[in-house]
Design a protein around this ligand. Structure first.
Ligand code: NAD
Length: 458
């Protein structure tokens, strides 16, 4: 199939290289000439495992091109995916101006049937607005339809998620649109494909993100309770996650969710519910709990180090999650200013996201970007772990011990077993588990899922 993909950010770029990899002919359009120039030269504009290889292969094969020109891209395509940003406006509703800009840029070329497909996350009924805006620009004769095909990929495993999704959702209100989208997915994907109306597809995406963020805030509240009663959140998470109705995913207590999606999608979902007379207070609480995670972590740092002023802190990880260079809405963006305001000096290391973070917080007398976890630890009074990069799970304790001024680790991602870190002679503070100096309950016997004792049927 020949397709145009508007927006070459995290979703648009992954969508473009993956559809090209599946054999389609893809023209990727971004309004930013710098992004287009780099991608056309095979240089990735963002980090995502496997992206660079797929970009190079498909450029060389001639299945993928990049351009800033909407018209020629549309001319050669029967289907156009909208993958532009939908950030939050100050009132929480979704800013759909990038979507509207795409509509304006392609309207003059709508001479024959085109299917426009929302892949951006948009509030329910956006397709109707796109249709109306397009009709106003094209007049009554233009032949087009608007469908929805929400994207569920996770940054950090985006290529894998795109090519091997749990499900594909197709929202289409006509046989022709349904057939085009089914044709695209049916042969290449073995997962369930849910075909529904456009409105339902739009709702499914917002509801999915709202539910996942609710799970995270829920487990973080249980973690706080565990901490108060001297318990261990990882045991509780395991205990509830083994229930298939609940599942183990998204039950890791930590600094809360970040990234470009959950926060703004929650806000937009609450707003759209309000507009329809539904008070979604539950989701407001999810947001409030998430916002409080960073303040709670600052208190933990104070408990661990007492006075923060004039302390040197090593910071491991600023990306909102592992395997990405994305720092949008990352907890680090809220934490670092608080630490600087309290007079700390920071030595920051992130394997991929330091450059993006440094654009927002340039190096100065109190902020240094370093090239390894051990440089971050050098002379530090404490080491903070903010991102769950795999590299941090295998730190060399002897090197850390030699580098640090005092051996204190404050872990916002619960990467280690507390007893193991204490055996290495470090003070260890994590979330929802016994901290150094507080009573830790004896570790319960651990059983892996496949070791779980068989139940006896009566
Ligand atoms: P992004 O900000 O990384 O990328 C958007 C791109 O669109 C930018 O490169 C921008 O230059 C380009 N753009 C803006 N206006 C344009 C126009 N008129 N014509 C052509 N290009 C234009 O955004 P993203 O993270 O890729 O997210 C895109 C959408 O996908 C959002 O709605 C988001 O909620 C949704 N989504 C994101 C993720 C994720 O993990 N990032 C996952 C699923 C869904």
């Amino acid at each position: 199939m020949r397709m145009a993909i508007f927006g070459s950010g995290y979703v648009g770029l992954v969508t473009s290289v993956c559809f090209a990899e599946l054999g389609h002919s893809v023209v990727a359009v971004d309004k930013d000439p710098e992004i287009v120039g780099r991608l056309a030269d095979g240089v990735p504009t963002l980090y995502e495992p496997g992206l660079e290889e797929l970009l190079g292969t498909n450029l060389r094969a001639g299945r993928l091109t990049f351009t800033t020109s909407a018209q020629p891209a549309l001319e050669s395509s029967e289907i156009a995916f909208l993958c532009v940003g939908t950030p939050a406006l100050p009132d929480g509703s979704a800013d759909l101006s990038q979507v509207d800009d795409v509509v304006a840029s392609i309207a003059p070329g709508m001479h024959r049937y085109r299917l426009l497909v929302e892949k951006s996350t948009v509030p329910v009924d956006t397709a109707t607005c796109i249709g109306r805006a397009m009709r106003q620009l094209t007049g009554p004769d233009a032949e087009f339809e608007v469908a929805s095909n929400p994207e569920f990929l996770r940054e950090g495993s985006a290529i894998q998620d795109f090519l091997h999704p749990d499900r594909v959702v197709i929202g289409a209100d006509s046989e022709r649109a349904r057939a085009l989208l089914l044709d695209l997915y049916r042969h290449a994907f073995t997962c369930p494909i849910l075909v529904t109306s456009v409105k339902m597809a739009e709702l499914i995406k917002h509801a999915a993100n709202a539910f996942l963020s609710t799970k995270i805030s829920f487990i973080n509240m249980v973690a706080d309770l565990c901490e108060s009663v001297g318990g261990d959140i990882s045991v509780v998470a395991r205990g509830i996650g083994l229930d298939h109705r609940i599942g183990p995913q998204f039950l890791q207590a930590g600094l809360g969710f970040g990234g470009s999606c959950f926060g703004k999608d929650l806000k937009a979902f609450v707003r759209i519910a309000e507009e329809h007379g539904i008070d979604f207070d539950l989701l407001r609480d999810v947001e409030r709990i998430n916002a409080a995670r960073v303040d709670r972590f600052v208190k933990k740092i104070e408990r661990a180090l007492w006075v923060i002023r004039n302390k040197t802190l090593g910071v491991l990880g600023v990306a909102f999650k592992a395997n990405t260079d994305d720092v949008r809405d990352a907890p680090s963006l809220r934490l670092i200013p608080q630490l600087l305001q309290r007079g700390a000096s920071l030595q920051i290391y992130d394997p991929r996201a330091a450059t993006a973070f440094a654009r927002l917080h340039p190096a100065d007398d109190h902020v240094r970007y370093v090239a390894s976890p051990y440089e971050a630890a050098r002379g530090a009074h404490g080491l903070l772990i903010l991102t769950d990069w795999e590299e941090f799970r295998t730190l060399d304790w002897d090197q850390l011990r030699a580098a640090m001024r005092s051996r204190v680790i404050i872990d916002g991602r619960n990467l280690f077993e507390p007893s193991e870190v204490r055996e290495k002679d470090f003070e260890y503070f994590s979330l929802g588990r016994g901290d150094s100096g507080t009573a830790t309950p004896p570790a319960p016997p651990r059983l892996d899922a496949d070791e779980t004792l068989p139940s006896r049927r009566r």
